[in-house]
Design a protein around this ligand. Structure first.
Ligand SMILES: Cc1cc2nc3c(=O)[nH]c(=O)nc-3n(C[C@H](O)[C@H](O)[C@H](O)COP(=O)(O)OP(=O)(O)OC[C@H]3O[C@@H](n4cnc5c(N)ncnc54)[C@H](O)[C@@H]3O)c2cc1C
Length: 469
């Protein structure tokens, strides 16, 4: 089908307001958040309902048109960016923003896939409940994108990742049929777990159009603290001891190398510093519970003991909400500061928590020896064993040099991760960025199983080609 006829057909299905033809207006849909990937498209199509998504997918199926689903376009792996062929239609869920149902007895929220994560959290809050998925891009990313990448974020330690927060899904299949799996069930063993298959499939098996999300009770009290320590092993030791003392009340435990704070401080004079002195490693800790738990005082005591015993060097518990918010801003500002501070070779790895510290020691030594021009920016969700172990290079490094270094540095870091029983993709998805690495590290049996699933669900290979597999 000629591109003009395809665009005409799509605009007939979703209305003129639902298609973007103008290249200037398309621009923000064609470039990823990090500015690393850029593609072309004949049209960005923005349906408003599942029925419209179904009609769009049916037309694309009939015409052999590849489709790239897109939510908030905050992904870190180039998964939502079309290729340069100009043949792939971008299917944006950004107009599907309905909160469909709030059920405070079943403790569930049913939403369209295009609802922003921050709006999901707000809707839960208005119902006096808590939706715990929480990440730096929550004002821009959509719940559909969160589910397609099985997003993690800062509260996985206590509540699990996106998959564990989802009870039901609605998915439009590559041929346009709708699978209505919007069940709010906590137990459902009637057949294969299709929901889990689509979650984390990065738009390669179908388009997620709706979800039933699990809500938690509001935690009326929380305590936030910032810690300085000299080694990652000390940070892991603190995590273990706090979990022994506070159990599931430990909702977030984030770690940052000193370079994460230095990079922000180098860019602006008023960069906040939660502790006065410099430390090689920092941690941000959040506990949640009831006012009776006396969390702030108990945390203060626990951290004082950890300082006395030499596990950590310094700690400060936030006295008020403003100070706690400042601590979180420092943590969440790292991604932006990193983009401004240099060209990053990014890793999204996870290891058993017991092996994290040894991994960091080995990887730091290997990177310093083999890539002296790179500085390591290491931060992440230590409570889940997930690190963004990134290497920063100067902004003006020539593209060829950057590409060459990326290949060899990725190999160096990923080989160490896999030898130590870890994964090369923890929460950001494989997308385009880690597609080759996936093939390198997955066994032939595992790759074959994934390819069989892909062929069964998307025999014409129209869903998000060039991503993941
Ligand atoms: C500052 C910042 C901080 C971040 N912090 C975290 C973090 O802590 N944890 C974390 O996990 N991620 C984090 N991210 C990454 C990103 O926000 C997540 O991957 C998020 O889940 C992507 O959602 P999105 O709506 O932007 O999806 P997009 O970027 O639009 O898409 C991501 C992938 O999902 C697919 N997709 C999108 N919507 C659908 C749909 N409805 N159906 C099928 N496939 C779909 C796309 O094709 C693509 O493959 C961060 C990003 C930024 C910019």
């Amino acid at each position: 089908m000629h591109a003009r006829d395809l665009i005409g057909g799509l605009s007939h299905l979703v209305g003129e307001a639902g298609v973007i033809r103008d290249p200037d207006e398309q621009a923000s849909y064609l470039r990823d958040w990090l500015g690393r990937y850029e593609g072309r498209t004949p049209v960005v199509v923005r349906p408003r309902t599942t029925t419209e998504v179904s009609a769009v997918m049916r037309l694309c199926h009939q015409t052999g048109t590849p489709v790239v689903p897109q939510g908030g376009n905050t992904g870190m792996s180039g998964g939502a960016t079309p290729d340069a062929s100009g043949a792939q239609v971008v299917l944006s869920l950004s107009r599907m923003t309905r909160i469909r149902e709030v059920d405070t007895i079943n403790n569930t929220l049913t939403v369209d896939a295009g609802v922003l994560l921050a709006d999901v959290q707000r809707a839960a809050h208005e119902a006096a409940r808590h939706f715990p998925l929480s990440l730096g891009a929550q004002g821009q990313c959509t719940i559909g994108g969160n589910l397609a990448t099985n997003a993690g974020g800062t509260a996985v330690l206590r509540y699990g990742n996106a998959r564990e927060l989802t009870l039901g899904l609605e998915v439009v299949l590559p041929d346009g049929r709708v699978w209505d799996g919007l069940r709010g069930l906590r137990k459902d063993n009637a057949g294969y777990d299709l929901k889990s298959l689509f979650i984390g499939s990065e738009g390669t098996l179908g388009v997620i159009t709706g979800a039933v999300l699990k809500l938690s009770p509001l935690a009326p009290a929380c305590a936030v603290a910032w810690v300085g320590a000299s080694t990652p092993a000390s940070i892991v030791a603190l995590l273990t001891s706090l979990q022994a003392t506070f159990g599931q009340s430990v909702t977030a435990f984030e770690m940052m190398s000193a370079s994460c704070l230095d990079i922000d401080a180098a860019q602006r004079d008023d960069a906040p510093m939660p502790l006065r002195d410099a430390h090689a490693y920092h941690a941000l800790i959040e506990l949640a519970g009831t006012p009776d738990d006396d969390l702030a005082d108990r945390l203060r005591q626990a951290l004082a003991l950890a300082t006395q015993s030499g596990t950590i060097d310094d700690a400060q518990v936030a006295d008020d909400a403003a100070r706690a918010a400042m601590m979180w801003r420092v943590r969440e500002g790292i991604s932006q500061a990193q983009v401004r501070g240099g060209k990053a070779i990014k890793h999204d790895i996870a290891l058993p928590i017991s092996r994290l510290a040894a991994f960091i020691d080995e990887a730091d030594a290997a990177v310093a020896a083999r890539f002296p021009q790179a500085s390591v920016i290491n931060f992440g969700h230590v409570g889940d064993g997930n690190l963004h172990y990134n290497a920063l290079l100067p902004l003006d490094i020539p593209d060829d040099d950057f590409a060459r270094l990326t290949t060899s540095l990725n190999l160096c870091v990923h080989d160490i991760v896999v030898q130590r029983g870890g994964t090369i993709s923890a929460e950001h998805g494989v997308g385009q960025l880690r597609r080759d690495a996936l093939r390198r590290y997955k066994s032939p049996v595992e790759m074959d199983l994934m390819l069989m699933i892909k062929r069964a669900l998307d025999p014409n290979q129209l869903m998000n080609p060039g991503k993941l597999l």
